[in-house]
Design a protein around this ligand. Structure first.
Ligand SMILES: Nc1ncnc2c1ncn2[C@@H]1O[C@H](COP(=O)(O)OP(=O)(O)O)[C@@H](O)[C@H]1O
Ligand SMILES: [Mg+2]
Length: 158
């Protein structure tokens, strides 16, 4: 691990701002894991993030197709959701290893499902959600494990 930050999210707008800041500091060749329980904000983050990278259309949830692809100026983005992946055979079937060689921005929800076929990512983002009587509290933890854009790191976004 290189760096780690923690942030409380008051609303979805704060998540959008954060996604925008992260989009500015990542490389064109980058692996990002999104962890956290159902409803914690992984897909919402991915939508804000892909829009911030320059995609003008509607960002769809990949929960049905497992992967959605976005071709942007000078970069490609793959957004995976492994929620329905059962084992590593499923990952071979979708050609996961080939995607990894693609020099793209790869975002994965539920990377835990991929077991030992999952290399260390550049960023791991953990979404926490705490339900109490009348309130919902959300926080986010961002761990940088590998290099981002030259001279950039996640400490610069807080
Ligand atoms: N930071 C946030 N503040 C308020 N609402 C949020 C936030 N993040 C996500 N949500 C809302 O929570 C719901 C579920 O989020 P989603 O991104 O689909 O979760 P996941 O992909 O982790 O299952 C959505 O309706 C979304 O608008
Ligand atoms: Mg999701």
């Amino acid at each position: 691990m290189l760096y780690k930050i923690n942030k409380i999210l008051k609303n979805a707008k704060e998540l959008k701002i954060l996604a925008k800041s992260i989009a500015k500091i990542i490389r064109k060749n980058c692996l990002i894991y999104l962890k956290g329980q159902l409803g914690s904000g992984k897909t919402t983050f991915a939508k804000y993030f892909i829009s911030a990278l320059g995609y003008k259309g509607l960002v769809k949830s990949p929960s049905y197709n497992i992967v959605e692809y976005y071709e942007l100026e000078e970069k490609n983005v793959y957004h995976f959701d492994f929620y329905r992946i059962r084992n590593s055979k499923d990952l071979y079937f979708i050609g996961w290893k080939d995607f990894l060689c693609n020099k793209s921005i790869i975002i994965v929800e539920w990377p835990e499902k991929g077991g030992n076929l999952m290399p260390n990512p550049n960023l791991e983002i953990i979404f926490n959600i705490l339900y109490s009587k009348n309130t919902i509290k959300r926080s986010i933890e961002i761990i940088q494990l590998k290099k981002l854009k030259k001279n950039k790191n996640i400490l610069s976004i807080v």
